[in-house]
Design a protein around this ligand. Sequence first.
Ligand code: HMG
Length: 388
Amino acid sequence: TGAQVPVGIDRMAWYTPNHFLDLDDLARARDVDPDKYRTGIGQRRMAVPTLDQDIVAMGANAAQRLLDGVDTRRIGLLIMATESGIDQSKASALFVQEILGLGHDMRAIEIKEACYGGTAGLQIAADYVRVHPGRTALVIAADIARYGLRSGGEVTQGAGAVAMLVARSPRLMRLEPESVCRSMSVGDFWRPNYATEAMAKGKYSEQVYLRMVDDIWHASKGRGLTREEGLAALLFHIPFTKMGRKGLRSLETQLDPDVYARLTRRFEAAIVYGRDVGNIYTGSLYLSLISLLANDPTLGEGNRIGLFSYGSGAVAELFFGVLQPGFRSVLDAEGDRVLLEGRQRLSLEGYETIFSRSLVTDGSTQVLEQGDPHAPHRLVRLERHERV
Ligand code: HMG
């Protein structure tokens, strides 16, 4: 049956803009103890995107990193998962398709459900690949987290994209077909179309997240899916690293101490990248997976990983994957290092200036400054409301 065909992530790559704000600088400017950001929130730096690195550019930049040697004619589905959409009608996937020079014999769509969108995209892609022999799917999760200057969520902003090629007999991680989902209308975090910044009931959103962890873990355990004795790592959606840590801690009393110690050790490797990038919404869980694989040399073929995906509003899912032989050869840890270490540190004024820039809305031509000289793709200008 379709469920028995091994499908999963064949390749993964990511991108983040090349400017960051050190959160010690933000703490000083906001008159906050830096330890609150470093340990209370668990973040060190946050990515700050210039206007030319919107979700289309970032998504294309992430995907570009994994396309070398890929037969793009086999891609039959291109999904952009984002909650930072640039158009009410046209899917951002179509811009990405054009920029990357992909063929036209494919479905190209955009998916939205807050940070869960990346997982929705991945699962839909896996189902697609299961029933379409010879086809692959490209899933891109790209977002910009903006809460506003001096807002409660300011320290949890970020920007970036993760791209995943989904295929049969994947080289990186096979996905188990069974998972547990929960969906329920909740007002914990939202982004009305007229607003340029996200709105959140911060503490309430943390409660909903943790309730979902609890509920889904129990349901998964009841269905025999957790099998925690053999679980090598458990990843979480990371809006800020402390949130994932709280998710894991909430399971401590239910886990054997050795298992909990192992999951805690691996959690540290899984937050190395996110701690320096910030929330990238749809891509956060997947950046955590890349971080884990790049920063934990003890993981090996056959190791089973749990992934808890959460999107405000709210939808959550716990699913599992198994690392495939040679999974390290399809990663690019050196490229990741260049991406992170090549970034420019902004002053607080630099951050506030970039943050306060906006696209013109009257249709006049706007030429955008180039933020990242190394990024292959960017938004160059707007002309009569059209993108170049
Ligand atoms: P806050 O007002 O800064 O919270 O808001 P706080 O004052 O309680 O401080 C945060 C933590 O720092 C606390 O620890 C303090 O004790 C600690 P906790 O009780 O949480 O363990 N602290 C210190 N630690 C060390 N030294 C100190 C110190 N001072 C305080 N000196 C909040 C924090 C996360 C609520 C805010 O940043 C916010 O609203 N963020 C945005 C919403 C969010 O990220 N929610 C997460 C769950 S929802 C989600 O994940 C979905 C999302 O990604 C969106 C989507 O799905 O699209 C957001």
